[in-house]
Design a protein around this ligand. Structure first.
Ligand SMILES: [Zn+2]
Length: 331
């Protein structure tokens, strides 16, 4: 059948009717809010390239956590800035490291909040890479040693679980990282702790503001030998397939906005929950344009978040989570 029998506008006539036939719904329950913690006291410093996002010292963190839970956001992703960096990222798996300390406090303040620990080494290594590394003498590129990095990641994951992390989220893109962490968690008595794998993480320019926030810029070379080439999609399915086989409980695509085709392909090929990471650069672009009065921030943010769900994401890690939760309540 075709026009004039078919008229698509019939179901768009009123707000109520549009609402009834809406296919995708966005709620605060979809959000995971990233949080940066650091040592010190009385610190709430705004990240210059990410207006509205702060680094907190632990004494000022409780108020932020209360705000997040009061908005109905069910989960946070923790990133820590250590006071000590070295070649092996030892403060990543220190039982009293910044992420571990923050996790223990948050679980005390808000036991129901799902605390996800980003499990990587790049914020804790002096070279800023995500694993054990040496510099190739001829080319100057960073050579990240896959298998030795795994044991450090496992130690980090176990220490985070011991501190009370509800979900371990390994992000370093080493081969075999899910299997190694699964085995390590199980041996340590944490067989009940799920793994959210950064399955498909691209070597993206959209991470710029995060590296500023977490002070994790590589000191030499880049991450292209472990993160994925933005040109590749079939490879994303191979990455995700490995993680599923190795025991991942949820799969992430990062970044989100330029990779919604990948979100859709993972949705169609796997039945695990899919998580889209709406990264720092995506946030910064919206904030910059909004600050100039060039766009309607509220409308843009809600449109881009619902596009991620429409593409197939079950959950969205986003710096917009607090604002979007308020807007979805009609505030
Ligand atoms: Zn990393």
């Amino acid at each position: 059948m075709a026009f004039p029998i078919v008229r698509h506008r019939r179901l768009r006539q009123s707000a109520a009717m549009r609402s009834m036939v809406r296919e995708t719904v966005l709620t605060a329950n979809d959000f995971i809010y990233p949080i940066y913690v650091k040592y010190g006291t009385n610190i709430k410093e705004e990240i210059s390239s990410m207006p509205g996002v702060y680094r907190f010292s632990l004494d000022l963190l409780e108020q932020e956590i209360r705000e997040i839970t009061s908005l109905g956001i069910p989960s946070i992703m923790l990133f820590g800035l250590p006071d000590h960096k070295d070649a092996e990222g030892t403060s990543a798996y220190d039982p009293n490291g910044i992420v571990q300390e923050a996790t223990r406090l948050i679980k005390k303040w808000a036991p129901e909040l799902v605390v996800m620990a980003d499990t990587c080494l790049c914020q804790f290594t002096d070279h800023g890479h995500c694993g054990m590394v040496h510099q190739d003498e001829v080319t100057g590129t960073a050579v990240v040693d896959n298998d030795p990095s795994l044991s450090l990641l496992v130690r980090t994951a176990v220490s985070q679980a011991e501190a009370g992390a509800d979900v371990i989220a390994p992000s370093n893109m080493m081969d075999g990282f899910v299997a190694a962490i699964r085995e390590g968690l199980d041996e340590a008595g944490f067989s009940h702790v799920p793994i959210l794998s950064y399955s498909v993480k691209y070597a993206s320019a959209f991470y710029g503001p995060f590296r500023d926030a977490a002070k994790s810029t590589p000191q030499f070379g880049d991450r292209k030998t472990y993160q994925m080439d933005p040109a590749n999609a079939r490879e994303a399915l191979r990455e995700a397939d490995s993680d599923v086989t190795e025991g991942a409980d949820m799969l992430m695509v990062k970044p989100a906005l330029s990779y919604l085709d990948i979100v859709r392909q993972l949705r169609e090929n796997f039945d695990l929950p899919i998580v889209a990471y709406n990264v720092s650069g995506e946030y910064a672009m919206v904030k910059a344009a909004a600050a100039n009065g060039w766009i309607d921030e509220r409308a843009i943010v809600l449109e881009k978040l619902i596009s991620m769900k429409r593409a197939g994401a079950d959950l969205i890690i986003t710096y917009h989570a607090k604002d979007a939760s308020r807007w979805l309540r009609g505030e």
